[in-house]
Ligand binder design. Structure first.
Ligand code: GYE
Length: 306
């Protein structure tokens, strides 16, 4: 699928910039908002967007990037499904003289000359923010707190870093125990399925830490079907800040949401234009984000943009 007009001489025409964007998939509300932001802002900036959806598979993404190299697009941007295994294709892009911008997720390549910049959130900080809320919530209490964790897709930077940021931050509190931790692949369906299994094997869950809202929303269904009250019997911490999660906070079912901003399109297009002009850009561009609790949810909901 593509977006906007399709040139046959992609990259050859010097009037319109051609951007090849290799998206992760359509796994979550966050991702849908991210895709829309990129498509809308490419249109607004007059940039021709070649868009592909990898359906959460690295091999599809590599294929798409190779396609963009063959087409000789002006710039390639992508949000890597996993953080390993990118060096070969990034080297091919470099050899072809096509600059690469990492959006949203990082790669583990030690050769940082393989990409011009990385724009996106600090997922370790997000994990720490999730832990900070928990530590405050249980301040002064010493009884054990049983936590279950729904991890993002295996090998993805946000799954690795949100786990680490949270785990490291709670490590000093011996009463916090992660009693089960498994991937829910960032989707509602998998979040529900894994939470159902967690509930069956663990009768005493106090807290759910979900690496994204979609898994938390799926887990809420599982908790309700098990006859428990999400947000009360089991406290829920989640990350992203999609509208449905704000609604769930208003309804008392999610306790806190750590924001992760998907609206990267406008900044990405600015970067693309600068890179094409040969201007230097910062190597790391961080997104600004907040933390929202139930008492702030109702006021914030109407102005949420995703
Ligand atoms: O949190 C999740 C999505 O990479 C930050 O991917 C992104 C994550 C986001 O599927 O909902």
């Amino acid at each position: 699928c593509g977006d906007g007009t399709q040139d046959n001489d992609a990259g050859g025409a010097d009037d319109k910039i051609v951007l090849g964007f290799a998206q992760v998939g359509a796994e979550s509300g966050w991702r849908t908002a991210n895709t829309k932001s990129i498509q809308d802002s490419a249109r607004a900036a007059g940039i021709e967007l070649q868009f592909s959806d990898a359906q959460q598979k690295q091999e599809n993404q590599i294929k798409a990037i190779r396609g963009y190299i063959q087409q000789k697009v002006d710039v390639i941007a992508f949000s890597p499904v996993v953080n390993t295994g990118w060096d070969p294709v990034l080297k091919e892009a470099k050899a072809a003289g096509i600059p690469v911008i990492l959006t949203d997720r990082a790669v583990d390549s030690t050769d940082t000359s393989l990409y011009v910049t990385f724009i996106g959130s600090d997922f370790i900080v997000e994990g720490q923010r999730a832990a900070d809320w928990l530590i405050k919530e249980y301040e002064g209490k010493t009884e054990p707190v049983n936590i279950v964790e729904l991890q993002g897709s295996p090998g993805a930077a946000p799954a690795i870093d949100r786990k680490k940021g949270f785990g490291d931050a709670i490590a000093a509190n011996p009463n916090f125990k992660i009693i089960a931790s498994q991937t829910g692949e960032f989707t509602r369906a998998k979040g529900k399925e894994v939470m159902t299994a967690f509930l069956q094997s663990n009768p005493d869950i106090d807290v759910l830490y979900a690496h994204n809202d979609d898994m938390a929303l799926g887990a809420i269904q599982a908790i309700e079907e098990a006859g428990k009250k999400p947000g009360t019997d089991i406290k829920i911490i989640s990350i992203d800040g999609v509208k449905d999660a704000f609604q769930a906070m208003v309804d008392g079912k999610i306790n806190v949401v750590v924001e992760c901003n998907p609206l990267l399109g406008p900044q990405l297009m600015e970067l693309v234009q600068k890179v094409v002009k040969g201007e230097t850009v910062e190597k790391r561009i961080l997104t600004e984000e907040g933390v929202f609790t139930q008492d702030q949810a109702a006021a914030a909901l109407p102005s949420r943009q995703y």
